[in-house]
Design a protein around this ligand. Structure first.
Ligand SMILES: [Zn+2]
Length: 396
């Protein structure tokens, strides 16, 4: 074990409460954390941006070493599952730390190599690969007029509100805006309370009694920057500059506030603000745009609005296709498979059945692929065939 007293002298002790996030995947960071007390979850983002747990760590564990040693962005999200106390060690006191406790370096190296292996073997295929700032996309969508982003049909009013029981699953917390540096109160999800019910074929995660989508977007009330909670701190210098320049316009156009019991229109509006901000970039990030539309399609599905459900599915499909065909990023075969499966699913939803069949076939990889995904894709092809036959019978 560690010599806690000397650790505390070298690093900084920090306390995190249940459901507090230490850092999010992709955040910049320069500290290593050593867990003295409590329990944390290690979460990764899947291709659609939802999170899944890959590990739980207890006292004596450490995390964040990649950022400390290599200055890399955080490779996972760390969430406190119970009240936890850590020692934070930065680059300056790391050297001092290992000179006092040289055996620590072996533990860190051992931990790093086993964690890397685990990541590669088990979850690399699920992990999203779109956090690189510059995708090689040939298609420049920056010329899409802002007015086109939000379809006319999206201006409908809905009566749906968040469920009263949501209070159990959320809590208020101060957040610092990475654009204007001001603090604001935001509703966060108690991830420790979420119980997974299952997955839809389009990767939507369903939870018992609660839907975290309603709380996914954080909006800064000062500068109107909005983004998904899991990447809220990840804002490029370009976007930051644009928001500071545009903030009066953003306020006028979106004017977002959330009622105590959130209304669907408020939530939809916050998603459209995220989209609007993504389109402020010269080369909008299609992978992120796709994720916003995909979630919008789920919200419209819940609101039983078929027209908007279809339209947002088409938009999600279009943007996912661009990431699939036009980006030359380092994706694992499994990631490609998942994306192909999702493309098939979305094509199927809007009756592009030939495309759907093509994507499902692409999702099947005999070599280097994941057997479960192969099976899933084969199942979807069978279902598709049934659907095509039914359509043909209906048209006769
Ligand atoms: Zn702000």
């Amino acid at each position: 074990m560690f010599d806690i007293r000397s650790l505390a002298k070298i690093g900084t002790a920090k306390r995190f409460f249940t459901d507090e996030i230490f850092f999010n995947e992709g955040d910049p960071g320069h500290e290593l954390f050593i867990l003295l007390k409590g329990k944390v979850a290690v979460l990764l983002n899947s291709i659609d941006g939802s999170q899944f747990k890959v590990a739980e760590l207890g006292p004596g564990a450490f995390f964040g070493e990649m950022s400390l040693l290599e200055g890399m962005p955080r490779s996972a999200t760390i969430l406190a599952l119970e009240e936890s106390i850590v020692i934070a060690v930065d680059q300056n006191n790391f050297v001092e730390l290992i000179s006092h406790q040289p055996e620590l370096i072996f533990r860190i190296m051992k931990g790093m190599s086993s964690r890397l292996r685990q990541l590669n073997e088990e979850v690399a295929g699920l992990k999203t690969g779109d956090d690189e700032e510059s995708s090689d996309s040939e298609i420049i969508a920056g010329d899409i007029a802002q007015a086109d982003i939000i379809p006319e049909a999206a201006k409908k009013q809905y009566t749906l509100t968040a469920s009263k029981g949501d209070e159990k699953f959320t809590f208020d917390k101060d957040t610092v805006c990475p654009v204007c540096d001001k603090t604001f109160m935001t509703k966060m999800v108690r991830s420790s309370k979420l119980r997974l019910k299952g997955h839809n074929p389009d990767l939507r995660q369903l939870f018992i009694d609660f839907d975290p989508i309603w709380y996914m977007v954080y909006v800064c009330p000062h500068c109107h920057y909005a983004n998904f909670n899991y990447e809220f701190k990840q804002v490029s210098a370009e976007i930051k500059g644009m928001i500071l320049k545009e903030k009066d316009n953003l306020k006028k156009q979106f004017n977002i506030s959330f009622s105590e019991s959130r209304r669907l229109n408020e939530v939809l509006n916050s998603f459209y603000l995220v989209l609007h901000i993504l389109y402020l970039a010269k080369k909008p990030d299609q992978a992120r745009i796709a994720k916003v539309w995909l979630r919008l399609s789920w919200l419209y599905e819940d609101a039983d609005d078929q027209e908007m459900y279809r339209l947002s599915t088409e938009k999600a499909l279009e943007a996912f296709k661009e990431t699939y065909f036009n980006s030359r990023r380092n994706t694992s075969p499994e990631q490609e498979q998942r994306l192909a499966l999702l493309l098939g699913e979305l094509s199927m939803r809007i009756d592009q059945l030939d495309d759907a069949a093509k994507f499902f076939r692409n999702a099947i990889l005999r070599k280097g692929g994941n057997a479960t995904i192969n099976r899933q894709a084969e199942d979807r092809i069978q279902e598709l065939k049934t659907l095509i036959t039914a359509n043909e019978l209906a048209s006769e």
